[in-house]
Design a protein. Structure first.
Lengths: 561, 148
């Protein structure tokens, strides 16, 4: 660990958070930026090839090819395809589990919270089935069977989900994807050494993976979750570390798979379980949102007001959230669960539980979620958390940040709730764009990283510049967590917008930045874009619309376009 | 007078110093992300020599106290600056005789690869206030600037 904690943290767009992290008595990722500030120039350019044992090979004027003969273009394309394939694999894992959850709920005749969402998907897929549970099962099966197709068989739902002009284009280019899991395997094979050396061919594979990731990993994950977990509803909610209430047993959740918490979050509000918390001296249980799964709960928060406290912060806020001392356990199931939380959890006696082996942390207990044994596993998890609470609370000092964040942050925005808000169609928004009151629409999506100027610095600055130019901003991903903690998603933020956008926001009582939730909701932005294009009667490239993942972090962020 | 001091035991041979040098002396504007690593016009003023026993020798201009290159330069292109102690090179005065290349005891001077009419010579990153970019980029601290 660094010796001097206070003086080496990186900048954050969230100044109160930056100050909080600076005075922490232990190291966080924000402290480690300085120590890792010397970057390898070859690595930055993507021309370090370490795929085979001849390497690492690097490209210089004296050595313009790797030992195998690969040029800089081949090396870059191979590295890029590898990153996109692994990123796609991550999202396909998420949609697979999500579809399995819908199927499980359907087979158990469980609660279908989003009947509209189910009917909409069934109609899109061409599924006619009277029984609601059978209908849900068939929808889930349609997705799963596509995911498991071989690479040489095209997925069947792509045509049903895609905007027609786009589909025609993809067909013409020969980039319609085969089975999504097989495409990941195909990509990994293709970028291995001494196979493909054609950069254009490999980049075409990246586009294919982009289509399967976008339609299945993103869009369908949202729509399937809406069936079981409920559809987003626009409302005001608190955000930031102020949401943490130390009177409760607090569980921080990290990951991307809201479906895995379906049973647990319901159980935590049952009377017998609440009594367990009360017996330990707490008022009950609260889930504290962190990373994208927190954004997902916030988005559907109207359905979970009792158990969900609010979204505290994005990936690189997680260490600070733990440092408050008021978190008693972390349940993780996917990225972004930073390895850097481990020493902090150890130090503050925070129980780490992992419910999906793909995200097993070194010092977490693996309590793998499975449909068969979930009742028993959930009881075990709850008992362990209560035990952690009982043992740790008297030994740990609180460093709460009760003033951090904002109370009245607009959330619950989705393709459906936004359209309802506009009166059931997109005409009001189209009219505003045509009249020039809204100059355009920009999606500021993706992750947060600590190097592009610092934590959320580029994301927040870009957003401010866009709204100042009367461009409305839609967000999805950890960018949402950063921007909302900087106050740009409160109606009062209208004052940062250009005069025309400001007038629109003040009239409607909305902020100039609309939060669609997790990175998965980039799929929802795709739906908004498609429906806008449909309303006007043009193809997507003709829309005054841009998308930026200004602070993208890793493979999934490269695949989710 | 400031010098780049080399501690070769610490060198991993990562060549980051060379990339930093290429970036610092490129003719086109841009960041390291768009630096053309295959273009000989961007060649580095320093290089890493492999000793053959698994260790490396970072080869840098020492701006010597008694510079052989200056002493052998007939045109006056190479000069020892009495104030800064740096050995400077004036491309316009260079007669392309390469006596400096022949005489450099460290073997760091070389003819440029593209035109073979001038030499590639460390200028201590004068354009960046005399703070050498190679030193800033070394992850191991194998090179550092010292007042001598």
């Amino acid at each position: 660990m660094n010796q001097c904690y206070g003086c080496t943290t990186c900048e954050s767009a969230d100044k109160p958070l930056e100050g909080f992290i600076q005075q922490l008595p232990f190291e966080t990722s924000h402290h480690r930026v300085e120590g890792q500030s010397t970057k390898c120039g070859f690595g930055l350019q993507g021309v370090c090839c370490r795929l085979c044992s001849n390497g690492p090979c690097r490209i210089t004027p004296e050595a313009p090819r790797g030992i195998c003969g690969a040029t800089a273009d081949t090396i870059v394309a191979r590295n890029f395809l590898r990153a996109v394939a692994s990123g796609s694999g991550c999202y396909i894992h998420v949609v697979e589990n999500t579809a399995r959850n819908v199927k499980d709920v359907a087979q158990r005749k469980g609660e279908i919270k989003g009947v509209n969402a189910l009917n909409h998907l069934a109609e899109t897929f061409g599924i006619e089935e009277q029984d609601i549970h059978l209908r849900a099962e068939k929808v889930a099966d349609a997705v799963l069977s596509d995911l498991y197709l071989p690479e040489y068989e095209k997925m069947k739902l792509v045509k049903k989900m895609a905007y027609a002009p786009r589909y025609e284009n993809w067909e013409k280019l020969g980039i319609l994807p085969g089975g999504a899991k097989s495409e990941v395997c195909h990509g990994v094979v293709k970028c291995s050494t001494n196979l493909n050396s054609d950069p254009v061919d490999m980049l075409k594979d990246c586009l294919k993976l982009g289509i399967s990731t976008g339609i299945y990993g993103l869009t369908l994950t949202n729509l399937l979750n809406d069936i079981v977990l409920g559809e987003p509803e626009i409302r005001m909610a608190p955000v930031g570390m102020r949401v943490i209430d130390p009177d409760y047993i607090n569980i921080m959740i990290t990951g991307h798979q809201h479906s895995m918490f379906t049973y647990l979050q319901k159980r935590l509000t049952d009377e017998d379980i609440v009594k367990k918390a009360q017996a330990a001296g707490a008022k009950g249980f609260k889930l504290v949102g962190c990373t994208c799964v927190g954004q997902d709960l916030q988005l559907r928060g109207a359905h979970y007001e009792e158990i969900f406290d609010g979204h505290a912060g994005n990936n690189y806020t997680s260490e600070a959230i733990l440092a408050t001392g008021a978190i008693d356990a972390v349940i993780s199931e996917f990225n972004c669960t930073l390895p850097g939380i481990e020493p902090i959890c150890d130090r503050l006696h925070i129980k780490q539980i992992c419910i999906d082996s793909v995200a097993k942390k070194a010092n977490a207990e693996l309590e793998e979620f499975d449909f068969e044994n979930r009742e028993q596993v959930t009881e075990e998890i709850i008992d362990k958390i209560v035990k952690s609470y009982t043992e740790r609370r008297s030994n740990v000092e609180m460093h709460l940040m009760e003033e951090h964040g904002y109370d009245n942050t607009l959330t619950g925005v989705s393709e459906g709730s936004l359209k309802d808000f506009l009166g059931g169609n997109w005409k009001p928004l189209v009219d505003l764009i045509v009249s020039g009151d809204i100059k355009g629409v920009a999606g500021v999506v993706g992750c947060s990283n600590l190097t592009a100027g610092g934590h959320d610095v580029l994301t927040v600055e870009l957003t401010k510049e866009l709204i100042a130019r009367d461009i409305i901003v839609l967000t999805a991903g950890c960018s949402s967590g950063g921007i909302e903690n900087c106050g740009l998603m409160t109606p009062e933020a209208a004052k940062y917008a250009g005069p025309k956008l400001r007038a629109v926001c003040e009239k409607l009582g909305i902020p100039p930045v609309l939060n669609f939730g997790p990175c998965l909701a980039i799929g929802r932005l795709e739906i908004v874009a498609t429906e806008l294009a449909e309303t006007i009667g043009v193809d997507l490239p003709q829309l005054p619309l841009v998308l930026s993942a200004a602070q993208w972090l890793e493979g999934p962020a490269l695949a989710d376009g | 007078m400031r010098r780049i001091i080399v501690e070769y035991e610490k060198c991993d041979g990562c060549k980051n110093c060379s990339v930093a040098c290429m970036q610092a002396h490129r003719k086109t504007p841009g960041t390291v992300y768009d630096l053309d690593l295959t273009n000989p016009e961007n060649e580095s003023r320093n290089f890493i020599y492999q000793a053959g026993d698994g260790t490396y020798r970072p080869i840098f201009c020492r701006h010597c106290d008694e510079p052989e290159c200056v002493m052998s330069c007939m045109s006056g292109a190479l000069k020892k600056d009495p104030d800064s102690g740096l050995v400077t090179y004036d491309e316009k005065r260079c007669g392309t005789c390469f006596m400096c290349v022949m005489n450099c005891p460290f073997g760091v001077l070389k003819a440029d690869r593209v035109t073979k009419t001038k030499i590639i010579k460390c200028d201590f990153c004068a354009q960046d206030g005399g703070e050498p970019n190679c030193v800033k980029s070394c992850p191991k601290g194998a090179i550092h600037v010292e007042e001598v």
